[in-house]
Design a protein around this ligand. Structure first.
Ligand code: DGT
Ligand code: CA
Ligand code: CA
Ligand code: ZN
Length: 595
């Protein structure tokens, strides 16, 4: 694990342990915030760990946090953490992973019943002794039991590419149900996160019972976890859904349906879209303006009443649309993909972020010549359907033997074939390129005279992805500085939830990419999404060119584009900074400038 990731985990654990030991809110939140800032930081903090000035210059890191980072770099641990860990048994911390079980309840179980592990919790449920606790009814206990079973059976987050089609099918089904006037998904999925804990669906309807039935009684539902007046929760089977990689690890997902009065639609959509951190900031802002924000609406504040305003018939200042609430709070409309409390509250206008419709070229694709499923012509037809003006054919290079990489002789032949296909096909320009392996030493996988013949060169790391960060940085910097390289493909080589990939110094790569006029790729495949959102953000701020490519192997891969675009949006990517949005002339001028 990287320095940043280990450190962030420690801060997360400290925050949880502080909460469990009854520390004040402020300390709990400060540690959680530090964890988030460290995890999201695009560059390795280790080199500056002993430099308090450099650390506190980072937004969200104060003196106290900086001292703990230095301590961790120095000793490999943090005394405060070890002290807390001496007081909180690890099994108690583990109980926090059970969905629906918050710190308050875990604390109660621990202090009142001496329950110190999930195992002990299961025993207390089995023998019924858990029911002695205040506010612990049979229903609550049943839910906890279900949740334990759920984390024991899966517990994993789902790839966005698996969850999205399921959510869209759900929404379509609800919209086809009698009485339904509105339906949308919210949560992390609407924010376009790379992985999804559960699917959150909101619905407005004149026939609540029909909506509940449509949601809970569908054939894909394997278990109804709750069927209440305002909220239903189900577990869905994903058999047959989700594409190439889904089946083995991702068999089930939970989905929640919330029934929302139409007049509160905007407020509910805002609340359940999150992120939680964004919501906290919104509520603070409302309070500062003398108002109260909740999932029902934005209300004038009247502190002398403890009943929520909507229950007293207080008219909302705004509630029907998200835009009206942002406006009443003095904010521009903030797109869901930026709602992470990562600086969006400083925006003066709604940012124009990249959209799928902006993309005009695919610059990374494979054909039957290496490990793709389509011929050059078949892939070109798909790209044409999407309205692209350019498709780059970039089959694998010789070292990628498992992917049937092309030996120099075959590449020469292939270049001729692409050029001939380009002559034969109307309406689109086909480029003869290659996805050239960046070898472990940073050299490229063909000689320069052969590389020079290519219209476009995507250089990607495929092997040796466990290299130490310094090694990885050196390797990638060498490729970036190669004068014939246009794009660095999936720069870290990570696979989400399966392989961490390399952890190069992203700031150095970005600076070098700018210096050498190279674009860094967001690989749109939902297993990769590499660059990841935080890397994109750093690259965008520095002014680095970005490519969004589908790395096409099969016809359906063109449809992954939206996941790359969502990742771009989460990095605040404006269209003009993405080379795939450029018109034909501009793109080809740039490509030729490197020949
Ligand atoms: P996930 O499902 O883990 O990928 O992440 P989300 O963001 O979809 O989280 P989820 O499903 O627990 O809740 C959906 C949204 O509801 C979340 O983004 C913000 C809102 N929400 C849920 N619980 C809280 C809370 O305790 N406080 C606040 N402010 N918002 C919450
Ligand atoms: Ca969710
Ligand atoms: Ca949820
Ligand atoms: Zn590729």
């Amino acid at each position: 694990m990287s320095f940043n990731a280990s450190l962030a985990n420690l801060f997360d654990r400290m925050s949880a342990m502080l909460e469990l030991t009854g520390a004040d809110r402020f300390r709990v939140n400060a540690h959680a915030k530090a964890a988030r800032v460290i995890r999201d930081h695009a560059t390795d903090l280790e080199p500056i760990a002993r430099d308090p000035k450099a650390l506190t210059a980072i937004d969200g890191i104060g003196k106290g946090t900086a001292a703990k980072i230095a301590e961790f770099a120095e000793t490999g641990s943090i005394a405060e953490h070890d002290e807390l860990a001496g007081r909180v048994p690890p099994g108690v911390l583990e109980m926090l992973n059970i969905p629906g079980l918050g710190p308050k309840t875990v604390k109660l179980l621990w202090e009142e019943k001496g329950i110190e592990s999930i195992h002990a919790l299961k025993d207390a449920i089995e023998d019924g002794s858990i029911l002695d606790l205040p506010r612990m009814g049979a229903k609550t206990v049943e839910n906890i039991k279900e949740s334990i079973a759920f984390i024991e059976s899966s517990g994993k987050r789902l790839h966005i590419g698996v969850a999205m089609p399921v959510a869209e099918a759900l929404v379509a089904r609800m919209l086809n149900t009698a009485g339904v006037t509105r339906c949308a998904f919210a949560g992390s999925l609407r924010r376009g996160k790379e992985s999804i804990g559960d699917i959150d669906v909101l619905v407005s309807t004149t026939d609540p019972e029909a909506a509940r039935a449509a949601f809970c009684e569908h054939s894909s539902v394997t278990k109804v976890l709750a069927r209440g007046e305002h909220k239903c929760s189900v577990r869905l089977s994903l058999d047959g859904l989700g594409g190439r990689f889904a089946a083995e690890t991702e068999a089930a997902i939970q989905a929640d349906l919330r029934l929302i009065p139409e007049s509160s639609w905007g407020a509910a959509l805002m609340y359940f879209t999150g992120s939680k951190e964004h919501n906290v900031r919104l509520r603070e802002r409302a309070l500062a303006k003398g108002m109260t924000l909740n999932e029902w609406g934005l209300f004038p504040e009247d502190r002398n009443d403890s009943t929520p305003p909507q229950q007293r018939g207080v008219p909302a200042v705004a509630s029907e649309t998200e835009a009206s609430i942002y406006e009443a709070l003095g904010l521009p409309f903030l797109p869901p993909t930026v709602r992470e409390d990562r600086g969006e509250f400083d925006l003066k206008h709604t940012p124009r972020l990249i959209e799928v419709a902006d993309i005009k070229a695919e610059l990374h694709s494979h054909t039957v010549a290496s490990d793709g499923e389509m011929t050059i012509e078949e892939s070109a037809a798909k790209a044409l359907e999407r309205g692209f003006h350019t498709l780059a054919i970039t089959d694998h290079s010789q070292s990628s033997a498992v992917a049937n990489g092309l030996k120099p002789e075959r590449l020469r032949e292939h270049i001729k074939r692409v050029r001939a296909a380009n002559e034969a096909v109307d309406g689109i320009t086909l480029l003869a390129g290659s996805e050239v392996d960046i070898l472990v030493d940073g050299n490229l996988d063909y000689d320069d005279d052969l590389l020079q013949m290519l219209d476009i060169l995507v250089a990607s790391p495929h092997a040796g992805l466990k290299a130490r960060p310094a090694q990885a940085t050196k390797r990638l910097l060498k490729a970036i500085s190669h004068p014939l390289v246009h794009i660095i493909g999936h720069p870290t080589g990570r696979l989400i939830e399966r392989r961490p990939g390399m952890e190069p110094a992203m700031d150095e790569l970005i600076a070098a990419a700018i210096e050498h006029d190279v674009a860094l790729e967001i690989n749109a495949h939902w297993m990769r999404l590499d660059l990841r959102d935080t890397h994109v953000r750093a690259a965008v701020e520095a002014g680095c060119k970005i490519a969004i490519n589908c790395d096409v192997h099969a016809p359906g891969d063109y449809d992954n584009l939206r996941y790359g675009v969502l990742t771009g949006q989460r990095g605040w990517l404006p269209p003009e900074q993405c080379i795939n949005t450029w018109d034909h002339q501009k793109l080809h001028d740039w490509l030729r400038s490197k020949r």
